[in-house]
Design a protein around this ligand. Structure first.
Ligand SMILES: [Zn+2]
Length: 465
């Protein structure tokens, strides 16, 4: 068996790893590159012929893990895509959304280039269209956690709860080599312990090979137990001042976690009943998937459901699917909480809400997620006094707040907790899915803690297992 990293090696997006022997090629995840520096790789020829890949094992529905699937299918992949039930449903929503965005961006770029009379480095065509994305879901083969699936006569797979987003899995592959059975564990994205809604990340007793992420391999998030205290403080203070609370929100997991937190705080009388809007069609759709799969929740969440509580709903919550409904939010008098996408303010309805609130000192813009370099969200968070939205210069006078603890990714201590959970040190541990320096630093940390051979995975390099 050999492994080759086709992405997320010394960078954090474009997760795709090829496991192969003479007869079989298995692709673990099939993500899109999202970091500006690496996005051109989305347009390069796929390093292995898509039609020669037997199957894809998909750990979860984030675009950096599943977002290249429509292109892989368009270019000839015909095999099964193994994933959990919630992953299949959330991935379908996310892929359609990504395809819409690609079409929109290509059209926008074409118009701009025409106007400016120039050509860019890539075609003014979407990487894939909505029609392409619609061809993916029929290949999904849904399996539950801990339910073994047969990839070939000699290779089986099993998913375990990653505690990262709903349905997210770690994948264990077992393969027969000579008389031995070898095990390789792919961590996917590792979640966190004691998070609301989700179960803790699964820890394994043994494996021969481990391929693990290192996104926050050099950082601590701090205590996430204070999230809801911080949130209630910000909501109460802004309510006193008579402003709005605007929350740029990622549609998957973060939106549902916020709804869950707010419904808990309301039932504990920690915040007043305020008009609250989930103003994101994608987040509304993903919330429906959450409601459909309560068996994937942790014990606390299940106990609340048993008691008859609604986890993602409360009296003054309004979900706004249509543009008309979204526009009507502007007419609400008094304090409102508005959650809208995109999470980094790069597009979507959040921009309209920012336009109306950035100039109001009584309002609060609350960031609850990572803001990448070069995004509008990052500019605002870093204290820009003026930003450009829809071609207008807008002064920033509002209060800017950030809560760190909502992260869905394990930090350094949690990554260590997971990898030291193996009762016997694995033979080899590959460190991937971390920025160059982070992956190296985390690799060094592991070398000091474990007897395993530690390898920081390199892009397109092949390793013998
Ligand atoms: Zn993820």
């Amino acid at each position: 068996m050999k492994i080759k990293f086709l992405g997320a090696a010394k960078n954090v997006t474009g997760s795709r790893h090829l496991i192969e022997n003479e007869n079989t090629k298995v692709l673990i995840d099939c993500g899109l590159y999202q970091e500006r520096e690496f996005r051109s790789r989305n347009w390069e020829k796929f390093p292995v012929s898509p039609s020669s890949i037997d199957c894809v094992v998909l750990t979860h529905a984030h675009i950096d893990h599943c977002g290249y699937l429509p292109k892989l299918v368009k270019d000839g992949f015909k095999g099964k895509i193994y994933c959990t039930h919630p992953t299949a449903e959330i991935a379908e929503i996310a892929l359609l959304d990504a395809a819409h965005l690609q079409e929109y961006d290509a059209e926008f770029k074409r118009k701009r280039h025409n106007k400016e009379g120039r050509k860019g480095p890539y075609p003014e065509a979407p990487l894939y269209t909505v029609e392409d994305a619609k061809r993916v879901p029929r290949l999904f083969k849904k399996v539950r956690y801990k339910e073994q699936f047969n990839i070939t006569k000699n290779i089986t797979g099993t998913f375990y709860d990653a505690g990262h987003i709903l349905g997210a899995a770690m994948a264990e592959l077992s393969f027969i080599e000579g008389k031995d059975v070898k095990r390789a564990v792919f961590s996917g994205d590792i979640g966190r312990w004691d998070k609301p809604i989700l179960c803790d990340p699964y820890t394994f007793d043994e494996a021969d090979y481990v391929v693990m992420e290192s996104t926050y391999g050099n950082r601590s998030h701090g205590d996430h137990g204070t999230c809801s205290q911080d949130l209630s403080k910000i909501i109460n203070e802004t309510n006193k001042r008579g402003g709005n609370i605007i929350i740029p929100t990622f549609a998957t997991e973060r939106a549902q976690e916020l709804l869950y937190c707010m419904s808990r705080m309301l039932s504990d009388d920690k915040i007043p009943h305020l008009m609250t809007f989930l103003d994101s069609p994608m987040a509304i759709d993903v919330t429906k998937v959450f409601k459909k799969y309560p068996n994937y929740f942790d014990e606390d969440a299940k106990a609340l459901i048993k008691k008859g509580d609604e986890l993602f709903n409360f009296p003054l919550l309004k979900t706004t699917q249509s543009t008309q409904e979204s526009k009507a939010i502007n007419h609400v008098k008094g304090t409102a909480i508005i959650m809208a996408g995109s999470g980094m303010c790069t597009g979507g309805r959040i921009k309209h809400h920012l336009l109306r609130n950035l100039g109001r000192p009584e309002s609060t813009i609350l960031f609850v997620g990572y803001q990448a370099k070069g995004t509008l969200g990052r500019e605002i968070l870093e204290g820009a006094s003026k930003v450009r939205i829809f071609g207008q210069n807008v002064s920033v006078r509002t209060r800017i707040q950030k809560i760190n603890g909502f992260s869905a990714h394990a930090d350094r201590e949690e990554l260590l907790r997971w990898v030291t959970g193996f009762k016997k040190a694995p033979k080899k541990i590959f460190v991937i899915h971390g920025e160059d320096k982070t992956a190296d630093e985390f690799g060094e940390l592991l070398k000091n803690k474990l007897t395993s051979e530690i390898i920081v995975g390199e892009y397109l390099k092949e390793y013998i297992l």
